[in-house]
Each structure stands twice: as C-alpha cells, then as structure tokens.
Write a protein that binds this ligand. Structure first.
Ligand code: DHB
Ligand code: FE
Length: 287
C-alpha cells in the first residue's frame, strides 16, 4: 500500500529560487537561509520518497482572474515551468504520477471534496522553490510530484479547518492506493509576509514561532480555528499562505514527531520557516 511517511513545510520565496539559479547561495545575506536546509537535503536523500504531494499556490503565473480554483489537483504526466517576476526558472520539468493523482482525485471527490482536475498546467516558484531547497540542482527531479494548487491569492481563500480536513482526506486517499509507494506531503508558502502597501515587509517572528510550535505537537489541531483575519492582522496580507501548511499537517494525523525545524528572518520580504514532521504512528521503527 502507499503510505505517507513524512510532511515537509517550507516557505517558497521566489528570491530564494533566483539566488540558487544565479549561484549566490554562499553570500552572507543568504548563507544562513540555506544552512537550515542542509540537514533536510541529507535526510531526503536517505528517505528517497517515490512521490511528493506538493501543496502550493500559483501566483497568477499559470492561472489568472479568469479561473480561480479553490482546490485543484494536477493529474498530468508532466508540468512545465513558469513564473512571475524573474520569469521561468532554469529547472527541470516536473514529472507527475498520473495513476496516483487520478486515484486521489477520485477518492477526494467521492469523499465530498469537489476538486478541480487539471491535466495541463505549468508550475511556478510556489512549487519549484521547495523542490530546489530540498533537492538542490539535479539534472532531473528525483521524485514524482502531484501538485495540489490552493487559492490563497484572491479572496476568499479556504478556511484553515477545511484545509486540515482536505489533508485528512488526502491521507485516506493515499492509504487506499494499492501500489507500495513512499509518499510525502509538503505544505509551502508563508511565513509572515506582506508584499505591498504601508505594512510591506511586515514580519511577526513571535507569531510565526508559535505556529511552528503548534505544528510540531499533537495539539496542531488548534491551528484549524485561526480565522483569516488573524493571519491578515498578525502575519501580513500574504501570511494566509500558511493555511496550506495545515493541509500537510492534517494529512499526518494527530500525533507527530518533529525531525527538523528552521526559522530565519529576513529573506526578501518574508520570514523563512521550515519543518519536517513524521506521523508518529508510522515512526515506531525510526526512533
Ligand atoms: C515573496 C514571497 C512569496 O511567498 C511570494 O510568493 C512572492 C514574493 C517575497 O518575499 O518577495
Ligand atoms: Fe507565495
């Protein structure tokens, strides 16, 4: 059977992608950001997941105001690279796992999550920067990817509670796939950041660290009730990206074991946060 072996959360700041692509990761401003991913790179090289379900948001790169899916699942064999800002990154195309993706789509929809099914899509920094942070600069990405795109760009985004429930439904879907696959779920975006207006550059390290604390404990469920307005007030207009972390966290179940944590301020306009969690029920052989 397929199983979810771990969850990863990470910011997906586009300037991180540009820094990697331009060979500047050793610069003093950036070195501490990347140092927090050294452990993660080594860990994932040993974990060797077959498939990663990457929960991310498109930033008006592939979608625009004509179509705004709340929750979308990529069921394609491959995804091209696109981006805003610096433009498409020079990274390998992203290879999908259509069989598992269609299975998850069916399971979610019959489980009453009305997903948008996407068969053709390019992916932006929301998905490619986490891949680069975890895998560096390989010729080809060493995992298959199932993109789950969440609307957090145009009001109204989904609630944290609904995101958590979607994570639980993803876990049920993966557990009912008959092939033996090591699957990870990644939640991307965050942490506190605001990119425009008088509060541009807002960072709330205290709030971010409380969020990281709760994500890492068996009390993570309390995060389900944070209202949109709290993300907006406390973490800036783009802090709402953190609801995507709750999809990953919901997929792991109540009990988790934290394996790694990193927090650094600032990177571009944004606080960098990163967590690696193990679902506790499946970790008995690990520790
Ligand atoms: C920045 C962060 C983001 O998450 C994003 O999508 C775009 C820009 C930033 O910090 O510059
Ligand atoms: Fe973003």
């Amino acid at each position: 059977m397929a199983r979810i072996s771990a969850g990863v959360a990470t910011s997906h700041i586009p300037a991180i992608g540009a820094t990697i692509d331009n060979g500047k990761t050793g610069e003093p401003y950036w070195a501490p950001v990347f140092a927090g991913y050294d452990w993660s790179k080594q860990w994932i090289a040993e974990e060797k997941p077959d498939v990663v379900i990457i929960v991310y948001n498109d930033h008006a790169s592939a979608f625009d105001m004509r179509i705004i899916p709340t929750f979308a699942i990529g069921c394609a064999d491959r995804y091209g690279i696109c981006d805003e800002g610096w433009g498409p990154r020079p990274v390998p195309e992203v290879i999908g796992h259509a069989d598992l993706a269609w299975h998850i789509a069916q399971s979610l929809i019959l489980d009453e999550f009305d997903m948008t099914i996407i068969n053709e899509m390019d992916v932006d920094h929301g998905l490619t920067v986490p891949l680069s942070l975890m895998f560096g600069q390989p010729e080809a990405w060493p995992v298959k990817v199932i993109p789950i795109a969440v609307n957090v760009v145009t009001y109204p985004p989904p609630s944290g509670n609904r995101c958590w429930q979607l994570g639980e439904a993803i876990a049920r879907a993966v557990a009912s796939f008959p092939e033996d696959l090591n699957v990870q779920v990644w939640g991307t975006g965050g942490m506190s950041h605001q990119l425009q207006g008088p509060r541009a550059g807002l960072i709330n390290a205290e709030w971010d660290n409380r969020f990281l604390d709760l994500m890492s404990t068996n009390d993570g469920e309390t995060l389900r009730t944070i209202p949109h307005i709290e993300y907006l007030r406390e973490t800036g207009s783009e802090g709402i990206e953190m609801v995507m972390w709750l999809i990953m966290r919901g997929a792991l179940g109540r009990m988790v074991k934290p394996l790694h944590r990193h927090y650094h301020v600032p990177a571009s306009n944004t606080a960098v946060g990163h967590l690696i969690l193990r679902p506790a029920e499946s970790s008995s052989s690990e520790v």
